[in-house]
Design a protein around this ligand. Sequence first.
Ligand code: TYD
Ligand code: MG
Length: 454
Amino acid sequence: MAKSSATFVCADCGAVYRRWQGKCEQCGAWNSIHEETPAASGAPKGLSGKKGRTVPLVSLDTPTQALPRLKTGIAELDRTLGGGLVPGSAILIGGDPGIGKSTLLLQALAKLSLNGTSAVYISGEEATAQVQMRAKRLDLAQAPLELGAETNLRDILTTLDTGKPPAAIVIDSIQTLFADHIESAPGTVSQVRTCTQELISFAKKRGSVMLIVGHVTKDGQIAGPRVMEHMVDTVLYFEGDRGHQYRILRAVKNRFGGTDEIGVFEMTGTGLSEVSNPSSLFLTDRNARASGSVVFAGVEGTRPLLVEIQALVARTSAANPRRAVVGWDAGRLSMILAVLDARAGLGLAGCDVYLNVAGGLKITEPAADLAVAAALVSSLGDAPLPPGTVCFGEMSLSGDIRPVAQDQARLKEAAKLGFEAALAPRLKTAPPKAILVKTIATVADLAATIMGTD
Ligand code: TYD
Ligand code: MG
């Protein structure tokens, strides 16, 4: 019989290898592969022998008892979730340590409990007194929320299963939990996976909402939230720059709603407060007369969002000019620089280029291409865009500017915030009256418009 041998698992993505290696081929992480003893001794032998029970099958239109979603009362969180928490589901909240996951979930659970929903907060990181202190600071000490400080999964599940199961449960964090039937240490891939599986099956059986916190880890010793993404129903990431007070909650997977929906928060002295009009927030303190500063009319999920994109272009004689990007994809910046050089002859290959999305926001939309290109051209020619102008449009390798989705929503948001002009690709319908749209068909067109030769 084959001896059950140890396996090597990547703590970042969970890929399994037969022997140790320095780099994970699946996710590209270095030094993230560690030895783990398999959870069960020996592989399963197949399902021969005993017969299973018959499970009832239903048709698509069989009426079932759908429980209503639980509204947390934090509108930004509810919208990101697709309209509230779905009973019986498991939600992963990932993010860097210290970004505000515990604060957000404590606020959400306290609000739920104040509205009469039974809620339990299990902390594996902080003692109950510390959570109480935080609740006091957040002015939530009166909430009828139950606290527990425990890391043993068996004890946690037994506690939750005593009496009526709570409607909402927070586990903070999954990396501190351990299942005592598994040998490996807390935070290893097998512990994290086993604990997650047990918590999910509890949620499904008892109809509770399970909110699981997972820290994004850097050192490779501790399993990150990616190893559990496929198991849960919804994955939210809490992002933001420590230097800024803005925090963005982003849905990257959602079985009960759309993804790419974001919630915007501000970290204040008394916890996270919602930002219901993020466009005005990301544009505060902007110097509209500076060259290299362009307002991008973006859309995040269903919501239009205006953000400032800043570029600084400086001639250099270095053989390898510097390229530094914050808040946008570096590969996409290289593409835009190449297209601007090849199709508009701007000579950016001999320049240092710095690109920054203001406010610590990360943009992933290709519709930002034109705004990025406009910022680069504006900085290169030291030619500020006329104040009150927004930009959007996708760029192709041929240098054409392509139409993007939701152009009307973008222009309406710009009009609402007092913008008067837009550089945009061909529109499908007439723009709002308040905005004068200059159609940009190619990058050469863009360069001529900004440099003033048009
Ligand atoms: P926390 O929720 O503990 O982060 P996580 O659980 O993601 O590790 O947030 C910690 C940070 O938030 C900490 O650096 C201080 C800051 N903070 C405030 O600015 N105001 C507050 O009211 C609270 C509770 C935290
Ligand atoms: Mg925490």
